[in-house]
Design a protein around this ligand. Structure first.
Ligand code: HEM
Length: 144
């Protein structure tokens, strides 16, 4: 169970990062070219939104299963160890905030009236979310 969820979380991470980058670039192009925000644009933004929410769910499950998740906090001493603090606290916390920011960007775009404002809401908030996610990825575990 743990290994399966860990692999899923690890693989989904690629999709989430790629989807966020693609959406940011497309929305930026949309905004700069002054084109109209269409239903197709909303659906493209929705793909990255859904992927990040699935990753949030998988991450939450993993947090309770992983030996380097919640169990490290319960053992004590994790706060003084930067590597333990990353997966037990910083990565989960910052990613939850990042996904909340992405959610705001997507939901706000639906309410805004001009196309430019809709594109901007998505590319700005998705970019902030992406930077937050990248700032707390356990790179050593993932690609190391
Ligand atoms: C978009 C959001 C997220 C991304 C892109 C992401 C990405 C990653 C990556 C790349 C790893 C390393 C995987 C590996 O070692 O192969 C990882 C590990 C981990 N993530 Fe996430 N994550 C996200 C959200 C979350 C959330 C919200 C939680 C918890 C609430 C979480 C909990 C964990 C835990 C506990 C580990 C360590 C797992 C282990 O190796 O045992 N992640 N994450």
């Amino acid at each position: 169970m743990y290994t399966g969820i860990q692999h899923l979380h690890s693989g989904l991470a690629y999709l989430v990062l790629i989807a966020l980058i693609i959406v940011i670039v497309l929305m930026l192009i949309g905004s700069l070219s002054g084109k109209e925000f269409t239903e197709k644009d909303r659906k493209i933004a929705l793909i990255a939104f859904i992927l990040s929410h699935v990753q949030l769910l998988v991450g939450l499950i993993l947090y309770f299963l992983s030996p380097i998740g919640l169990s490290l906090l319960q053992g004590g001493g994790a706060m003084s160890d930067p590597i333990a603090r990353l997966t037990a606290l910083e990565h989960p916390l910052i990613n939850i905030i990042a996904i909340a920011v992405i959610t705001i960007g997507y939901s706000r775009a639906k309410k805004l009236s001009t196309s430019k404002a809709k594109f901007r809401s998505i590319y700005m908030m998705y970019a902030i979310g992406l930077i937050l996610i990248l700032s707390r990825i356990p790179w050593g575990n993932w690609l190391g």
